[in-house]
Design a protein around this ligand. Sequence first.
Ligand SMILES: [Fe+2]
Length: 341
Amino acid sequence: MVAAFLLDPLMDADDATAMVGLCEAFPAYGLYVTERSDGDFAPELAQRYDAAANYVRTGGRFGRREPAATLALRTNYLRESYAYGTEVVAPGIERFLHHEALLDAARSLYGRPVIEPAIAYANILLPGQELAVHTDVPEFRGANRRLFPQWLMVVMHHSGLFERWRMPIATGIAYFADETAGLPEGGELAYWPDGADGAVTVLPTRHNTGIVLDTDSVFHGVDRVGPPGVDPFAVTPGNVLMHEGGRWVLRPERGSSEVLATFGWNEVRFSVSWKAYCFTDEAERDAWRTHGDDLSLDLILAQLSADLGQRGVLTTDELTERELALLLIDTYERYPEPASP
Ligand SMILES: [Fe+2]
């Protein structure tokens, strides 16, 4: 069993109310677009080809049979950063970023006392949207999502070959909403604390609650938001969601007066994610900052290829980068199997 810390309540009532105000005051939320890495290994593969391919293969946690295009629409959710390192984007986020309940849970998660909050960001899922089952993109000394493809970082962690370089990251997922509006249907967090072969745990989203866990290791996803059968709302690049006059309003683009749709707090799933590096001591934190003992792509691929050879699945060294990428994902990422529809 991997530890997960439930925080209920997460903050005191006034702080939680202030978080709802912060969410509403944020100017506009845009479509989440996966950033590209600088690396060019197998560049034709999407950054999270691993999770997307599994989603399309299985039809999600409940094995629903839908066209790939519909499934793609279901994962077009909105995301904005509130804080990134020491940069504050949403004034007032500091109380959340450095909240003692999150810091305490992060310390307990790995038994590492030095916690360095790295990011806080909002995810908004509209009716019909969901988050495919995945593990998050981990980070290693010298290897992160800015340098190398995201799927490769995930493969590296699942292979267990690079633990010496791994940065233990604690992830907090917190929920804030205007409770007076009622809760949205669905949108539960589904996670597998005992691994892909174990039972799933389902956590409802309630205002001012949260969970801290190792989402780089624990498979998780978000169940479909909204009543059964609801079609996904087709959010397209450039669309923005903003809170106006007590409603969430989706517009085609910033500055537009056109309204594509409006939603109440009781129709959207709003979460604020938090990630923090967890260090044993200041010396370890300094090694990370100074880049002593960093990995390189050559070393990563050599180690993985050697392991594939030992497993007997690498029978030729004539593979293209894409073929090697698919073999790595297939070999190391074992997803939970979907439940019956
Ligand atoms: Fe995640």
